[in-house]
Design a protein around this ligand. Structure first.
Ligand code: SF4
Length: 421
């Protein structure tokens, strides 16, 4: 099986590359070169019907929406509704993180419902009968099953190793490990006194990924879960390991993304993203946040959007949506909608600063500015990230020409008349 990355290496411009180039407004040969170098990924399993998207250098910042059941709450229709809401409000990809109910059925329903690429975390299914009963075969078989189903990218916590576990024991962390996959892996290694199979048998994982052209998202099992734990040794050690794994994947023709933290104060985000890029050979970076403070439960979509904007400015390529329910409960459909829109705003704000994409992003803002100058409300709604909300709020204004904020004292209207004279 020749992968998309290998074809790009061989100079072949595939239909996926052409499609991404058209969406991004750059040449197909530029996309091909970036893909061949591993600086851009197009997650596209051979069994998938998803529309290709590009993540990485010179690409607009992409966003992912996490959905999925928990052991406490299983409603497949609700998860499908969340997937559709995420797609409608601008998610570029969706990850099914289900851990409760019939996981195969849920995955199938989500894959059948959306046209964006879908990701998953196979170890959640492998550990279905308890971490104590999970075998390394279960771990690889879950990856194969998800790949056969048409999942486009999988999170694999291959950077969580016995040595990182030792480092963790000697750290000053408050929250140790907050990544679910990271915690499963550490617990398994401790119970079995064995190395993480995704690390020790990484070549086998790459062979499997090649078979399906599955993109590997190297999970950040050691990501800091609070501001106190940001930027410590455990995190940077994992980045070093992930950098080595990226190199091996590239040599095998397998596309990789690298996941990153977590909870990071604003003044350390630049360091974090720059170090990740440096240590991973400029792999596409996928961030879970970063949340810039721990003290705003109920508003963590905002704390993550602040961090995501700053991270994007420093080169993060892919932002994972955070919802108002983060740290509190399984998100509702409304939480998914709000989280997706707020993350979309962060991605756009980052794009206004990014070389190669800022011209297009700024043109959009110019359109909005001109619509405001002209008091053209319909054009403002068309250019809004959330037109429904903008319309709903403006409908409160009685004055149809301006809005109820200043009414007759509208500075735009006054200046329009002044400038005519
Ligand atoms: S009324 Fe005030 S807030 Fe509304 S459009 Fe005019 S200047 Fe802007």
């Amino acid at each position: 099986m020749t992968t998309l990355m290998e074809m790009a290496h061989a100079g072949i411009v595939t239909k996926e590359i052409k499609s991404v180039a058209a969406k991004e407004g750059i040449s197909a040969d530029t996309v091909r070169k970036l893909l061949a170098q591993g600086l851009v990924v197009i997650p596209k399993n051979i069994n998938s019907k998803s529309q290709p998207i590009g993540i990485g250098k010179m690409m607009q910042t992409k966003i992912n929406a996490n959905i999925g059941t928990s052991r406490d709450y299983v409603d497949i229709d609700a998860e499908v509704e969340k997937a559709l809401a995420a797609e409608k409000y601008g998610a570029d990809t969706i990850m099914d993180l289900s851990t409760g109910g019939d996981l195969d059925l849920i995955r199938r329903r989500i894959l059948d419902s959306v046209s964006v690429p879908v990701g998953s975390v196979p170890i959640y299914q492998a550990a279905g009968n308890g971490i104590e009963n999970m075998t390394s075969d279960d771990m690889f078989n879950a990856v194969r099953k998800h790949a056969e189903n048409g999942i486009d990218f999988v999170t694999i916590h291959a950077g969580v190793t016995l040595s990182s576990f030792e480092r963790l024991k000697n750290s000053d962390r408050i929250l140790d490990v907050v990544s679910r996959g990271g915690a499963f892996t550490i617990s398994w290694m401790k119970q079995n006194s064995r190395e993480n199979p995704f690390y020790s048998e990484y070549d086998y994982l790459l062979e499997m990924a090649k078979e399906y052209d599955l993109t590997i998202s190297l999970g950040d099992g050691m990501r800091p879960g609070c501001i106190n734990d940001a930027s410590d040794r455990a995190k940077f050690e994992e980045f070093i390991i992930l950098g080595e794994l990226v190199k091996r994947a590239r040599a095998a023709g397998v596309q990789t993304i690298v996941e990153g933290p977590g909870h990071v104060p604003v003044d350390e985000i630049g360091l974090s993203v720059t170090a990740m890029k440096h240590l991973t050979g400029n792999a596409p970076i996928y961030l879970l946040g970063p949340l810039v403070t721990d003290i705003a439960p109920g508003y963590d979509h905002i704390t993550a959007a602040i961090g995501g904007t700053v991270a994007g400015m420093y080169g993060a390529d892919f932002l994972c949506m955070t919802t108002p329910a983060e740290h509190l409960a399984l998100p509702s459909v409304e939480d998914i909608k709000e989280g997706t829109i707020v993350t979309r705003i962060a991605a756009h704000a980052a794009d206004l600063t990014k070389e190669g994409v800022k011209e297009k992003a700024r043109a959009h803002d110019r359109e909005m500015a001109m619509a405001r100058r002209d008091l053209d409300w319909q054009k403002q709604f068309r250019n809004a990230i959330d037109p429904e909300k903008a319309k709903e709020i403006h409908a409160r204004s009685k004055n149809v020409e301006t809005c109820s904020m200043c009414g007759e004292l509208c500075s735009i209207k006054i200046m329009r008349e002044v400038m005519k004279k």
